[in-house]
Design a protein around this ligand. Structure first.
Ligand SMILES: [Zn+2]
Length: 464
């Protein structure tokens, strides 16, 4: 985010503009203002140094590149570099790190991460290339960033004590991380979203003002993290009547350019919250609309009833789970006694179609504990793999559905069960566990395969 961003240095273009403005300034004003015109997105730049060189990638130090460097939550610009027999794609732009005492670095220098497309052997220090910014990508980042300024200020004004900590501007979605002791709610976010949209509809100018630190400090309600700004030159982004923030990012020229604003979600608990949004609201709303209409038809209710229906179902689900938890203690499993291996170890078997593993794991443990010299095998054919997962539809060729199994042994036995499914592929099983406890999914319904495998494992263990 802009105002948390330590790099406030001017680039050459801005420095000259300030000098021009200072010459033509007739009156002394508290704030020296200047609207920065759009910088040219195509420029000749000089590669000063090849910092790293790989087969397909390189990192170079460039002078005068038009790419905006990553900082304050806005990612670096991308674009292309083209020279004679040379072409590279700029994948990221970073600030040139300055020497100690001048942490802002030299603003006319930037570090570019590039992918070498053609003529990598021609890349060398001193070469001049034509640099072109991916303007569409920068445009969306600028709109997202400007929307964030408005939204953050509206949220801060509406909720006492709410503080924007950082932002993460993206092309699809952006995130604002806030500190707020109160409860974040959809209602408060809808209200802030509506006010942000009002500011967008008002098509207010977004001014970038260049000024000294002294002048900036005089602006009432300027948002700036002074402890993180080392430069004497301050860039202030002002949206009339709404916000003024010290910011080094790129922005739309007018609020109308932002286009839209939609809060897409939020997470967290007091005091740490994350709110996500996009400025490409139309496409996202259409997507949400399609999902909602499908769901409404499935549920068979009106849109305003959907939340109630869901919450009621969730409560019913929780009550059912509680009932099952209580019922678990009364489950009596019809164990069938078998034996395995040359030593005829007892094995308690339960094949219970349609039962879930959750209900059987406790009785299986009790069985193994009560019979320390025995195995305990539970096969649950046709039980859903996951209680909540819908069954997959439309299969070209019906495959046997995997179902859960459990295998335990009593503590008097020493056989290690953990490698069983790997060593006996005929069990068609996947899963894992411990030496005395195995659990997973299988398609092997035939009990004899299981008894054979466990018996062989016993015999191996007994050295037979
Ligand atoms: Zn900004």
């Amino acid at each position: 985010m802009c105002y948390a961003c330590p790099g406030m240095g001017f680039n050459d273009y801005e420095r000259k503009a300030v000098q021009r403005a200072m010459k033509t300034e007739t009156e002394e004003s508290a704030v020296k203002r200047l609207k920065i015109s759009e910088e040219s997105a195509v420029r000749r730049v000089k590669i000063l140094e090849v910092l790293e060189l790989g087969r397909k990638k390189a990192r170079v130090l460039a002078e005068g590149a038009p790419f905006h460097a990553a900082g304050g939550g806005q990612p670096g610009d991308t674009g292309t570099l083209e020279g004679e027999n040379f072409r590279a794609e700029v994948e990221d732009t970073r600030k040139h790190k300055g020497e100690p005492g001048r942490e802002d670095g030299n603003p006319s220098l930037s570090v570019l991460d590039i992918a070498l497309i053609s003529g990598p052997e021609t890349l060398r220090a001193g070469m001049e290339v034509t640099a072109k910014v991916d303007g569409a990508r920068n445009g969306i980042l600028s709109r997202m960033h400007t929307g964030q300024h408005i939204f953050s200020r509206i949220q801060e004004n509406a909720n006492e004590g709410l503080e924007t900590l950082k932002v993460n501007i993206g092309t699809e979605e952006s995130a604002v991380y806030v500190r707020y002791e109160g409860e974040m709610t959809w209602d408060s976010l809808f209200a802030a979203e509506e006010k942000t949209l009002e500011a967008i509809r008002a098509d207010l100018p977004v001014e970038t003002l260049l000024m000294t630190r002294e002048d900036a400090e005089k602006i009432p309600e300027l948002k700036a993290k002074w402890d993180r700004i080392h430069s004497e030159d301050i860039r202030v982004v002002r949206i009339a009547g709404i916000d003024a923030t010290a910011c080094a990012g790129t922005h739309a020229a007018r609020t109308g350019e932002i286009g839209g604003f939609l809060v897409t979600g939020f997470n967290g608990s007091p005091p740490d919250w994350e709110v996500r949004f996009t400025v490409e609201a139309d496409g996202r709303l259409a997507e949400y609309g399609r999902v909602t209409r499908r769901l409404l038809r499935e549920v068979g209710c009106r849109p305003d009833q959907l939340e109630d229906v869901f919450l009621r179902q969730r409560a019913e689900n929780a009550a059912l789970r509680q009932t099952l938890d209580k019922a678990r203690a009364y489950i009596s499993v019809p164990w069938e006694e078998r034996s395995v291996g040359a030593s005829r170890h007892p094995l308690y078997l339960a094949v219970l179609p349609g039962m879930t593993k959750e209900l059987l794991s406790a009785p299986a443990r009790v069985c193994a504990a009560n019979h320390p010299d025995a195995f305990c095998l539970v096969l649950l054919p046709d039980a859903p793999a996951f209680a909540d997962a819908p069954k997959s539809k439309s299969k070209s060729k019906p495959k046997p559905e995997p179902f859960p199994f459990l295998l335990l042994r009593g503590e008097a036995l020493s056989v290690d069960l953990s490698g069983l499914v790997r060593e006996f592929p005929e069990l068609s099983a996947r899963g894992g566990g411990k030496p005395d406890w195995l659990n997973g999914m299988t398609t092997q319904r035939s009990v004899s395969f299981w008894l054979d495998a466990i018996g062989k494992k016993c015999d191996q263990n007994n050295g037979l």
